[in-house]
Design a binder for this molecule. Structure first.
Ligand code: 0RA
Length: 690
């Protein structure tokens, strides 16, 4: 085996170039020598196991897994920052889609670690889960609970990884190749100043593992880093993309490095403000509650420090799902005990205050949890040394001690804030009163809708349903305009594809009051067609179609209608979106008729490729589709609806806070932010084709 040969060929001199000078490390050094071959084989076996079953360590080898590698390496630097030693993390996407993460922390230890007999650097990057196992008190701790798989996993899944450490006046370097095989051992390659201190990791993901794509998405990395900067206030994180557009870089400006910096002294307070960018706040600045508690574990001995911080702001929004929770910097999408604790405190303190200051009269009922949360944006972030995750996607925090801690942190903080800010407290109380009354009105309106929906068991007249009754194979196309709806009806596979044409723009559910929403015919049609209810009564197991496909024109109006529909699904049928049932159809933008054949291009880049391939002269006439209506039913089927040939984008929301910010921005009356967003994300959209 080639690896074996490489191993025996290692020069022992190389290995101890640095450590030799370190007398205090003599014992470890000896042990290292003695155990060397044994531990090395174990190390390689560990990394080999990761390569054999990457799914056990990173869940997916698709695009998300590729990005997880970056999160993992960045997490280590964030841990160093949380330990108080690092203030700046620089992330760079290099031309070849390799990633560089540089921090100004203490630097990964370079001397021999007794347990492994290897240098600290080699230990961290080759031994599974080594990260947290040394460093001692106040040392190094893995922050991530879910994707905290260890830097060695990233190494195992890379073609090569270069680690450079500057510390103790030296500069140290070690390279790994072919899935984590060290090339020699850690070497001192020069000197370093105090300013240069820190760790730089540069790695190239292995395309034989990440077979779907090895191209990094700028926006995905940017959003994650921004979130990390919000959740860990004070750390500066910069992102630079060196790629040109054909290397996967920015579609906007070529040949120019794109760079952004994220640094939020206000931490989660600024996060809440960011999410609320496009809303009108009730309290001008988020309310901030913070606290830590030592708890003794079940063994009666082990003490753990749990840290909780919460930021709250009410806005003019009617939404009730503005609570974003995190544990150890990871989004807990399913909520859990920290969210329960916050809700308990919210109901208790707001109702107490309302009674005390007569915002609720004696004969009035308490505000409900929904009343308290209407228009609330809240970020809960806890740091826990031993988090337990539950739920379908293991994103629900289970630690029961957390409930009480968050409840008292929010209870104390909120009560004090209300007492100190009576004017703003009054505005919040008024917001709650209106919410409470509106909820009653909406309940009445909804009852009516539900009654009429029960009476009219028939499907909407405009719906051309499919003949199959097996939801698994059924698709609902929601089509902009009656004429395109007509073509879609003619062109479809009537066994599995249903068509629901929409007339004009649908109601903006973001801006409309609930009673108007329930009275809207188009919305009613969609609810009945999908057949699984709505809001808290939505039951995703009852959907009549496995895929709901939005098909609109590729113009400004089409973009708007698409956003309106997505907002509706996001707000009213959230599991439909979360579980990946919502798609966007991709009609072609161009058609070239050439020598009796039709060629379609779905974007400008494809058009260029086609022109080159067909050797078309400049000025060769091609058709630019302005709308679906310009296609006849055959063309619409061939290009956009035929499951064998079509392109669709599956809508996913992996960052709810980001989605909220974008939705509220795009929902406005201004066309420009939408145009800009769509232009900037056009490339991403392309990558998501299924
Ligand atoms: C273990 C111990 C110490 C620092 C680190 C790990 C460390 C790891 C990484 C990974 C990326 N950047 C990092 N920075 C530091 C502390 C060693 C000491 O006491 O000096």
């Amino acid at each position: 085996m080639a690896d074996e040969e490489k191993k025996t060929a290692l020069n022992e001199e190389d290995r101890f170039t640095y450590v030799k000078e370190d007398v205090s490390n003599e014992k470890a050094l000896e042990k290292g020598k003695a155990d060397y071959s044994g531990s090395d084989i174990q190390v390689l076996e560990g990394l080999e196991a990761v390569r054999k079953r990457p799914g056990m360590y990173i869940a997916t080898t698709a695009s998300a897994g590729l990005h997880h590698l970056v999160w993992e390496i960045v997490d280590n630097s964030i841990d160093e920052a949380l330990a108080g030693y690092c203030t700046h993390i620089e992330v760079t996407i290099d031309h070849d889609n390799s990633i560089i993460v540089k921090d100004n922390g203490r630097g990964v230890p370079v001397d021999i670690v007794a347990k492994s007999g290897l240098s600290g650097v080699e230990t961290v990057y080759t031994i599974l889960h080594a990260g947290g196992k040394f460093g001692g008190e106040g040392g190094y701790k893995v922050s991530g609970g879910l994707h905290g798989v260890g830097a060695s996993v990233v190494n195992a899944l890379s073609v090569w990884m270069d680690v450079t450490v500057c510390r103790d006046g030296g500069k140290f370097y070690l390279r790994f190749e072919n899935g984590g095989h060290p090339v020699g051992h850690l070497k001192r390659i020069g000197t370093s100043t105090e300013e240069e201190r820190g760790t730089t990791v540069h790695f190239l993901p292995d395309p034989t593992i990440f077979t779907e794509t090895t191209i990094y998405n700028y926006e995905t990395i940017r959003n994650h880093l921004r979130q990390m900067a919000f959740l860990n206030g004070g750390i500066k994180i910069t992102l630079t993309d060196l790629r040109t557009s054909d290397e996967g870089g920015s579609p906007i400006e070529d040949g120019q490095a794109r760079t952004e910096a994220f640094e939020y002294q206000g931490g989660i307070r600024e996060y809440v403000k960011y999410i609320d960018t496009n809303k009108i706040p009730v309290n001008a600045n988020p309310i901030y509650c913070e606290g830590a508690e030592e708890v003794t574990l079940a063994d009666g001995e082990t003490k753990e420090r749990i840290y909780a911080e919460v930021a709250l702001q009410w806005t003019d929004s009617y939404s009730q799902d503005g609570v974003y929770s995190f544990c150890n910097n990871i989004s807990t999408k399913e909520g859990g005990t920290h969210v329960e604790g916050m809700n308990l405190a919210l109901g208790r303190v707001l109702n107490d205050y309302a009674r005390q200051f007569k915002f609720l009269k004696d004969d009035q009922k308490n505000f409900t949890g929904d009343d308290c949360r209407e228009g609330l944006t809240c970020v809960i972030s806890i740091k826990h040394p031993n988090p337990q995750y539950e739920g379908q996607t293991k994103t629900k925090l289970g630690n029961s001690e957390v409930r009480k801690i968050v409840s008292s942190v929010v209870g104390d903080g909120l009560r004090q804030w209300l007492e100190e800010n009576p004017n703003e407290a009054k505005s919040i109380m008024e917001k709650l009163s209106i919410a409470s009354k509106a909820r009653e009105a909406a309940r009445v309106a909804r009852e009516k809708t539900r009654k009429s929906a029960l009476e009219i068991t028939t499907l909407p007249g405009k719906l051309a349903d499919c003949s199959s009754k097996d939801p698994q194979e059924c698709e609902l196309y929601i089509v902009e305009g009656n004429s395109a709806g007509g073509s879609a009806k003619q062109g479809r596979d009537s066994k599995t594809q249903a068509i629901l044409p929409l007339r004009g723009k649908i109601l903006n559910v973001e801006k409309a009051r609930e009673d108007r929403i329930w009275a809207n015919a188009e919305i009613g049609n969609m609810i009945t067609a999908i057949g699984a209810g709505v809001r808290e009564n939505f039951d995703v197991s009852k959907i009549r179609y496995n895929k709901v496909v939005i098909m609109t024109d590729a113009d400004v109006d089409g973009d708007h209608i698409r956003i309106l529909l997505l907002t509706f699904f996001y707000r009213f049928m959230r599991p439909l979106v979360d579980e990946g049932h919502v798609f966007i159809a991709q009609p072609p933008l161009y058609k070239i008729d050439y020598k009796g054949s039709a060629y379609y291009a779905y974007n400008d880049a494809q058009l260029e490729v086609l022109r080159k391939e067909l050797n078309l002269k400049p000025g060769f006439a091609f058709q630019r589709y302005k709308g679906l209506g310009e296609m006849d039913y055959n063309q619409l089927w061939e290009t956009t609806m035929d499951p064998k040939a079509r392109k669709m984008i599956r809508i996913t929301v992996d960052d709810a806070a980001e989605a909220e910010q974008i939705f509220t921005e795009l929902m406005g009356d201004e066309v420009e932010p939408r145009r800009k967003y769509i232009a900037e994300n056009a490339k991403f959209v392309q990558n998501l084709d299924i």
